[in-house]
Design a protein around this ligand. Sequence first.
Ligand code: ZN
Length: 179
Amino acid sequence: MAPRPPGRGLTDGIRLFPYVGPPTLAEAARTQPPGTPARTRADLSAWLGARPPAEHDEPFTYTVGADGVLRLAPRRSEHVACAGGEPVGAAGEIAFVRAADGWMVDEADNLSTGYCPDPDCWTVLAAALDTIGVGRPDAFTRSVVFRRCPRCGERNVVRDGYFTCALCDADLPSEWNFA
Ligand SMILES: [Zn+2]
């Protein structure tokens, strides 16, 4: 098999979202362990099986890196820590339920105020889950719309289609604008 040309890989074309949260959190994340990679069903089962039962009551923190690999961390872990400080292809919260043959995804969203990823990052998460071979929904069970306020810089979650900054009342743009 011919070697792959430099810079070309299976995950070329992943749209990456840089960290846009408070620098203090990114700094603190340097001392925290990155998320656990789940490349296979065995990886996933091992990690989920090792969670204390109480942790299963809440969704977990996930990121998908430029390598297309799903990484998992307990809830309330910062996404920037989970991702090892790197840009992400997708980030949010994910919940699993037991299925006949292991686990399947029950809920997933793109709720990461550190990365504010566009909901179209679903395709990246879906690809990572399909690589593992775990059952999943057809779309995010909750999609979060993030916009940066062009006036004051606040990171906003747009609720009910109301494109107005929660802090200064400025209009928010219709397109994702963290890049
Ligand atoms: Zn504002």
